[in-house]
Design a protein around this ligand. Structure first.
Ligand code: BGC
Ligand code: BGC
Length: 831
């Protein structure tokens, strides 16, 4: 192992490390003491996968034959959305992934056969040695994070937060085995799971990907999950069995960032780092987890992807990790001194494979040059390649043949197989946590007429959350989930089986007076950073079902509140209003598991009791650092009736939105404003309507969208005019840009502008021709990738004016919202 001998300040943001072998400076970020681990204070689990002489000799022989280009190819990972099999051959790529928004032929929802065919095509390209090079089969990594969750028809298990509530390590291993089998049907060898984060602040939009905020509970699960995916720790030729390789992520303290900010910074002591966030890595290493994904986030100001003390000194040298380290999506670009196109720092820090989804070609080119000139020492390159080859040999990849020829491939009856769905349904019922049970409303008696209300009752995408078919889990419909059951369908069937009847009315307007009502409500799907919240409150636009609960209650109908969410939120008003309250988390494809507990059998007895226990404390206010209402481990069982003392209904925080809705329902979010201006100094801030601006040339009124007066209409009589949404407290949008998010405005054109329309972002303007051709009177969301503005030089670190629409001549249009999202009805092309 190469040790840094001494550090010297060299450039403003980099240091030179003198390496024994050559005189080239190795670029490494400067390491403040508070971001330096002391490995001797950490546990050193025994690595269970011995190296064997024959394999090592085989690895050494391969490396000896490889060119620098071929070695670097093993290290660089590309996304299928940005690289073809021909690219994989030309650049000798050792790995590909499908990110949350990628699918064969650009189709997220492509049939499973297409995925397998693409796996074959990449494989064939990787082993084609007709040019005299080495033939090293490629591996494909996928986010099978709650089942094989990118694939239409797969079993979708509850997201990890729900599994944390289920308190059953055996169940976890069964889920892992079923998931591995389903992954194998489409030819992939590698899942970016399990997420072993230990979230400490549930404002974080990825908290649901973690089992619990309690390191012990997470640690009890991790080994079983890894074992279920990879098989026995000392197993060989995994591809002969029903296995894939796992990746515990995101190393380290992704769930410990300040204010729960995604990709943020964990400002914590080394003891907290070890005891809270490091704990799950001990069982993961004990099971020989083949890969570990390094977190986007940082520790005390240094991004982990560039932190040698964590990656090399601690994880590899001290804790004995002998698999390979993969980075996260362009995370290397966030390391001090790096860009998406070049980052010798991360390889020198100990990273073995760079996830360079769309930046792979530039990354490959720069790394080849850096390896040649010694900026990255050849010994480090060889070590990274050896680690990757060692894992490939453990898989038995060289002997496995093309993906479609391997065991389980193309066995479509395994995808969403009945016995897998049965495990998922069991997991759903085990994960339900009963928080309130007053008046003996549960389980619902046989023969009842049951109303199912709430906007989340018949929506499989919604009950499945993010990382479901699409990245954010948005833009899907029930038709995209063959074989799955919505919560409503499950209830309808169970009620009928018990001799009763059910009706669905999202707004609660029943046709026949029900004996009981189940109101299904809660969060809509989100994945990375779009799900970050400022306070622990349900977003305002999702609160309508509360009024439904109150209305039903006032009519004397017993109400059961069923909450779909990735986290506990401030729910005191709903808890007070409902007779019973159940936290259902994000159950996934088997909604029937909900009815299994809520609806009694024909004999009137419960078919299953509640067993779920809170995987983290439930808040008494919307403050993340506020008191708990229910402690970790809380969860009632059916007992007929429990007294309830009304809770205070003050959230304890100012009302606030999620943060990326700058303009919603026709009004700007706090600290944002809506203005009308002429660009020559005449500006009017619109704080109430109706309003006039530009000496009467512009009239602003309220118009309906979604809700009454949920938008603003601008009637312009002529001349140059601009409408903008802006702030004096600039926001940083770098990670959102990197994450392929769109700036989205929901608009209706009532009279197309007479002249040109432009969309201005900060100071960068692009044509908005779609406005002129929009069908009058129809609402459309218009999206532009943030990357378009970044490419034109917009400063994404300080965004003050994300939206300004300029028009020439008479026009009339309406604006409902301005926000960030991953999909839009109409894409405005990047100029
Ligand atoms: C996420 C990872 C994921 C990767 C590939 C990243 O942005 O943070 O969890 O595995 O993308 O989709
Ligand atoms: C990809 C995700 C990735 C994210 C990075 C998206 O475009 O589909 O897989 O995690 O970008 O932030």
């Amino acid at each position: 192992m190469r040790k840094a001998i001494w550090l010297l300040p060299l450039l403003a943001s980099a240091c030179a490390v003198q390496s024994g072998a050559q005189d080239k400076p190795l670029l490494l970020a400067p390491m403040p003491p508070e971001a330096t681990a002391h490995p001797d204070k950490w546990p050193a689990p025994a690595w269970p996968v011995p190296r064997d002489a024959a394999t090592e000799a085989r690895i050494a022989a391969l490396i000896a034959r490889m060119t620098i280009e071929e070695k670097v190819g093993q290290i660089v990972q590309a996304d299928i959305g940005s690289a073809t099999p021909a690219d994989a051959k030309t650049y000798h790529l050792g790995s590909i992934l499908n990110g949350g928004s990628s699918g064969p032929g650009g189709d997220d929802l492509a049939a499973p056969e297409k995925w397998l065919a693409l796996a074959d095509a990449f494989y064939a390209a990787s082993v084609d040695d007709s040019d005299g090079g080495v033939a090293i089969p490629i591996i494909w990594g996928t986010d099978a994070v709650h089942g094989h969750s990118n694939i239409v028809g797969a079993t979708l298990f509850p997201h990890n937060v729900g599994l944390g509530a289920a308190r059953d390590p055996d169940l976890i291993e069964r889920i892992a085995k079923a998931t591995a089998l389903e992954i194998r049907t489409t030819g992939m060898e590698w899942t970016f799971a399990p997420t072993v984060t230990v979230p400490q602040d549930y404002r974080w939009g990825r908290a649901y990907e973690g089992y619990s905020s309690d390191p012990r509970l997470v640690s009890e699960y991790v080994g079983r999950m890894v074992r279920g995916l990879q098989g026995p720790a000392d197993g060989k030729d995994l591809l002969k069995g029903p296995y894939v390789i796992a990746s515990t992520k995101h190393f380290l303290a992704d769930g410990g960032t300040l204010e729960g900010r995604d990709q943020g910074d964990a400002r914590i002591s080394e003891e907290q780092l070890r005891d809270i966030h490091g704990a799950p890595y001990v069982p993961a290493l004990g099971e020989g987890v083949a890969t570990i994904m390094v977190s986007f986030s940082g520790w005390n100001g240094v991004k982990n992807t560039g932190n040698k003390s964590l990656l090399t000194d601690l994880l590899k040298d001290h804790m004995g990790f002998d698999g390979f380290l993969v980075s996260d999506w362009n995370a290397h670009g966030q390391v001090a001194g790096c860009t998406n196109a070049s980052c010798p720092q991360t390889i020198n820090a100990g990273l073995d494979m760079v996830m360079a989804p769309d930046s792979w070609k530039a990354m490959w080119t720069s790394l080849v040059a850096q390896a040649k000139e010694g900026t990255v020492p050849m010994a480090r390159i060889d070590d990274a390649v050896a680690r990757i080859l060692r894992v490939k040999m453990r898989l038995g990849l060289f002997e496995a043949g093309k993906p479609s020829s391997r065991a389980y491939a193309g066995q479509w009856d395994l995808l969403g197989a009945p016995d897998h769905r049965a495990i998922a349904r069991e997991a759903v019922r085990r994960s339900l946590v009963l928080l309130k049970d007053q008046g003996g409303v549960l389980p619902i008696k046989p023969g009842s007429h049951v109303l199912v209300a709430g906007d989340a009752a018949d929506d499989i995408g919604r009950q499945s959350g993010g990382w479901t078919l699409t990245w954010q889990g948005t833009d899907v419909s029930n038709a995209n989930f063959p074989g799955a059951t919505s919560i409503w369908k499950g209830i309808e069937q169970a009620v009928a089986a018990a001799g009763g009847s059910a009706e669905l009315a999202p707004d609660g307007a029943y046709r026949r007076r029900p004996d009981a009502a189940i109101v299904v409500f809660g969060e809509t799907p989100y994945a990375e950073f779009q799900g970050d919240l400022k306070t622990l409150q349900l977003r305002p636009e999702l609160r309508a079902p509360f009024a439904t609960m109150q209305k039903l209650k006032a009519a004397g109908i017993p109400v059961i509140a069923l909450m779909i969410s990735g986290r506990p939120l401030f729910m005191n008003p709903e808890l007070n209003a409902a007779d019973a309250f159940v936290a259902a988390w994000l159950p996934g494809s088997e909604g029937a598991g909900v009815a299994d507990v809520l609806i009694a059998g024909k004999d009137g007895k419960p078919r299953f009791d509640f067993t779920g226990k809170l995987p983290t404390a439930w808040p008494a206010t919307a403050r993340a650092d506020g008191p708990a209402l229910f402690p970790f481990g809380y969860g009632l069982t059916l007992a007929g009736d429990r007294p309830w003392t009304a809770l205070a209904e003050e959230p304890g925080v100012e009302q606030s939105d999620g943060g990326t809705n700058w303009f919603a329902r026709g009004v700007p979010a706090a600290s944002w404003s809506l203005r009308v201006m002429d660009g020559a100094g005449d500006t009017t801030r619109i704080s109430s309507v109706p309003a006039k601006a530009l000496s009467g040339r512009v009239t602003v009124t309220a118009t309906d969208h979604g809700v009454q007066e949920g938008a603003r209409q601008f009637a312009i009589s002529g001349g140059h005019a601009a409408v903008e949404v802006s702030t004096h407290a600039p926001v940083e949008l770098t990670r959102e840009t990197n994450g392929d998010l769109l700036l989205v405005a929901t608009m209706r054109v009532d009279q197309p502008p007479a002249g040109d329309a432009m969309l201005v972002f900060n100071r960068t303007a692009i044509p908005f021709a779609a406005l002129a051709s929009a069908p009058p009177g129809a609402w459309r969301s218009y999206g532009v990738p943030l990357k378009c503005f970044a490419a034109k030089g917009a400063d994404m670190t300080k965004v003050e004016i994300p939206f300004r629409l300029t028009t020439e001549g008479a026009a009339r249009f309406s604006l409902a919202d301005v926000r960030l999202a991953s999909v839009a009805d109409v894409m405005i092309p990047c100029p």
